[in-house]
Design a protein around this ligand. Sequence first.
Ligand SMILES: Cc1cc2nc3c(=O)[nH]c(=O)nc-3n(C[C@H](O)[C@H](O)[C@H](O)COP(=O)(O)OP(=O)(O)OC[C@H]3O[C@@H](n4cnc5c(N)ncnc54)[C@H](O)[C@@H]3O)c2cc1C
Length: 396
Amino acid sequence: MRGGIEIWMNELNTVEIANDGKSANIGGGALSKTVIDALWAAGKETFAHFANVATGACECTSILGPGLGGGHGFLQGRYGLVADQFLSMNIVLADGSLQKINETSDLWWAMKGAGHNFGIVTSITMKIYDVEDPNWAYVSYIFTGNKIEELYEATKNHLLKNGTQPRDVINFSYFINLPDVDPDNTVIIFYILQGGVKVVDPDLTNTFVKIGPVVTTGSAGTYLDLAAWTSNGNSDPPCQKIGLVNTRFPIDLETYDIQAQRQIYDLFSSATHETPALNGSLFLLEGYSLQAVQAVPQESTAVSYRGNTLLLAPLILYEPEGEELKKKAAKLGEDLRQILHRASGRKEMHTYVNYAFGTETKEQMYGHEGWRQKKLLDLKNKYDPHRKFSFYAPIA
Ligand SMILES: Cc1cc2nc3c(=O)[nH]c(=O)nc-3n(C[C@H](O)[C@H](O)[C@H](O)COP(=O)(O)OP(=O)(O)OC[C@H]3O[C@@H](n4cnc5c(N)ncnc54)[C@H](O)[C@@H]3O)c2cc1C
């Protein structure tokens, strides 16, 4: 970390549920797993029902780090983004004052999507929900690279369906190197997760079974199991602090372009085999459901990406080793997302702010509309004229 000051928030980790069971006050440093477990347990004990909050998908990230930039998670089809749950917050502003703000503040709009730029949130009050049905189930398949075209054609036609993927269905895939399965080429782990069921609906899975996976796994459980099923749990590799450089090159898209899927697969597979130092890398392809995300008007918050269906990102991982590898890794990540960008036919690239590598423009992270950029800059000039909060994905 260069040119920043790190503030360790881990003692601000309380979770207090309101008497009516509809909101919780959460400390500014609380991690997702702490919050999910506290709500789940309190729900059982206090309300005679389960309590649920729309958090990110990963157990070891915080609530506010993802949430201030929007925040994707498994429950977003039901309840919206993490930021859509905000009701009020205590925030230390750049002038040193501690203020409680809510929707009556002009800053509220910016805290949902560009919030890292405006202060330190010491606590947040968020909506929570009764669990409609505690059941979740998943299947995961491992496919070899010769199935790319069939796999993403089927994903487009049977799951995404022009942005109408069912509310409780999520599809995820990873390009990953698993030498035991294929020593020479990258393979694809493909997940279908479904809420409210004990077995994933065969209508969703049949098409993928016919494509011919080499490995099939699946299980039933509750919301608490989702992070571990998708390797986002506290004990999984992405949550370990083992000194790896961990860079994403995000691009948000509306759908898959099949030729581009082939091209990114071929490049990822060849590059990560030619350079063994990069062979722990992944390519993340996340397809969350969108109903409650898109029910919130796009202009009502600083989140600019509600129209996108897919969250794609090469995740280039390596042990730090010097400038040459660093450059090679950055070039690979950028080349991969540029293939997707060119195939999208879009002039402007959309990049999820919380995955940003650091070379993205503020338009790519916060939206290309002139009014959005002006509104953010006006608020920045008003609340942080000396740019104290401009380390993480800065507006200015
Ligand atoms: C393993 C892994 C899984 C991920 N999964 C998801 C996911 O499912 N959904 C998703 O949307 N994103 C996900 N992300 C991306 C995630 O949103 C960002 O990495 C985010 O920055 C993590 O926030 P943090 O607070 O945990 O990390 P930190 O590095 O501690 O914080 C990141 C930045 O957030 C800001 N910040 C954090 N807390 C506060 C606060 N209380 N007040 C003000 N600013 C604050 C600061 O600017 C800080 O620099 C994931 C990342 C990783 C590494």
